[in-house]
Design a protein. Sequence first.
Length: 131
Amino acid sequence: MKLLPFSEQSGAEEPGILVLANDADPFEAALDGVKRIDLHFPKFTDGRAFSQAFLLRRRREFKGEIRATGDVLVDQLAQMERSGFDTAVLRADQDMAVAERVLASYPGYGVGKYQGDAVDVQPHFKEAAAA
């Protein structure tokens, strides 16, 4: 997952970027020509963008970048990645070094990952059995 500090977020005015409102239905979004979708977290306790990202990846089969913006905290990053996000713009008070360390040490990858997700559909035990 690519991490961006708050100061490096780019504007959504560029062509090919869709900003999907937090209460919008991902099934109704026109994705033709869209290269990036920005999903906003108005506050860290509002998880609707997780569902939107999952639906865009799994059901709409969107292959472009899905970016998390807004109230993005380091402890949400692993779940964001599993939900289908490619990039996260951290909230201004979040430390990039801490975010990288948290993401690298998340136990949900490798041994502890028993469920499939938006990115890797197969559960870990099925991959291990096939090896």
